[in-house]
Design a protein around this ligand. Structure first.
Ligand code: SF4
Length: 180
């Protein structure tokens, strides 16, 4: 697909079989964008940067309604926490804490105040690694809590994700999919 292609056209090329809820631009290090917001964006670095997104690894995931992007994000953060090279404290401990709390959120078992705590942890981890691994994880987390705010509130209230294979929609390795 040529750079500059409107994202609306890209979504049409994917031939979604369900109404689209959101797009993940840039893969696991990427940014969730609500479908209605993505409609006017181009598949181009400059056009996305203005909206605090990027093409990153060049992966675009189109997620339909009925698949919880928050739970997919929980699985992706589990993957990113596991992929830390284990050298920087904020990355080793911060990403693990964030991934564990996101898993609790997806399970409907997160303690009260978890959404605020995740936002605090994200601020504590961002730009604290020797590389940008934690920054990508934080970008993914923040955009998920923004685009999937309603789902986050429902999970914080005790709603559990019914999916047995979280992470499947993002194509994560099988051993990183909860329930696998
Ligand atoms: S921030 Fe980068 S260098 Fe530091 S532990 Fe994480 S992956 Fe390794």
């Amino acid at each position: 697909v040529a750079l500059g292609t409107p994202l609306a056209e890209l979504v049409a090329l994917a031939r979604p079989t369900r109404p689209v809820r959101a797009l993940l631009l840039g893969g696991c290090f990427g940014t969730w964008v609500a479908h209605e917001d993505a409609a006017g964006m181009p598949l181009a670095h400059h056009g996305l940067r203005e909206r605090a997104a990027s093409l990153g690894a060049g992966v675009v995931v189109v997620l339909g309604q009925g698949t919880c992007g928050l739970c997919e994000t929980a699985a992706a953060l589990e993957y990113l926490a596991d992929e830390s090279a284990g050298q920087c404290g904020p990355c080793v401990f911060g990403l693990r804490a964030i991934a564990d709390r996101m898993a609790e959120l997806a399970d409907g078992t997160a303690p009260p105040g978890s959404l605020e705590q995740l936002a605090r942890w994200a601020a504590m981890v961002a730009r604290r690694g020797a590389c940008h691994h934690p920054d990508g994880a934080v970008r993914l987390l923040r955009s998920a809590l923004d685009v999937y705010a309603a789902e986050a509130a429902a999970h914080q209230a005790g709603g559990a994700c019914p999916s047995m294979l979280r992470g499947a929609a993002l194509g994560l390795p099988v051993h990183h999919r909860r329930g696998a």
